[in-house]
Design a protein. Structure first.
Length: 235
């Protein structure tokens, strides 16, 4: 596993489009409208996040106690219960289970949401949260056809939380170049954590090796998933 952070001076849609210009495949995203541009060219498919769709319904449920929101949350919980039973299994096994168990639930939920939306006042939290889900239904359903895709992007949300919490500190990067280098360091730290490597020990060892003339031809040895502490390597 790896995490990559890329610096951008703003949140315009062309930023992720430029970052992923050479990418081919599926990108799992939140509700940021700028990601829609990634579909241009047909090389990228978007998979939406059920946690984001659920969050909007949950906020309405907490604020109003809406029975429609409550029922929608119950239906989404059924999908998550199925996911719990297939976590860690192969992509083919996950897709097969989703086809049998999850697809009928998703199909029924869409029909139910459309019927409820027709009955609800057009302006209101419940209607807005339902429209949020329905307008992204194709992307929300993408996980049913591909066992590699998660039901949500909570893994990314957890990885990005420290960056969001430190946002004010990042303002002191000093320049665009400094911010880009900060993103590289943040990528190494997050990737080390994902590979159960202690970040400080890893960065200290890597910096020492590079200062002592570690050969360019063996840079792969310093990647977090390949890294072995020098003491262990010497033994």
């Amino acid at each position: 596993p790896a995490a990559v952070y890329l610096y951008s001076p703003d949140r315009r849609a062309e930023r992720p489009a430029a970052h992923l210009a050479r990418f081919r495949g599926v990108v799992q995203v939140d509700g940021y409208p700028g990601f829609e541009r990634l579909r241009d060219g047909g090389n990228i498919e978007l998979a939406a996040c059920w946690a984001h769709a659920r969050r909007k319904l949950y906020e309405v449920h907490e604020a109003t106690g809406s029975p429609v929101a409550t029922e929608a949350l119950r239906r989404i919980a059924e999908l998550y219960a199925i996911e719990a039973t297939i976590r860690g299994r192969s992509a083919d096994a996950r897709q097969a289970t989703r086809c049998i168990k999850s697809m009928p639930l998703v199909t029924a939920m869409k029909t139910w949401l459309e019927a409820e939306l027709y009955r609800l006042p057009p302006r209101g939290g419940v209607a807005d949260s339902i429209r949020y889900a329905l307008t992204r239904w194709s992307a929300l359903s993408r996980f049913l056809d591909d066992g590699r895709i998660e039901i949500d992007n909570n893994t990314v949300e957890r990885a990005i939380r420290p960056i969001a919490l430190g946002r004010k500190n990042h303002l002191f990067a000093g320049s665009d170049g400094g911010a880009a280098r900060w993103a590289v360091v943040a990528s190494l730290v997050a990737t080390a954590k994902l590979n159960d490597v202690e970040p400080f020990a890893y960065l200290k060892d890597v910096m020492e090796r590079m200062s002592n003339g570690h050969p360019m031809s063996r840079l792969d040895d310093l990647l977090p998933w390949n890294w072995v502490p020098q003491v262990a390597a010497a033994a």
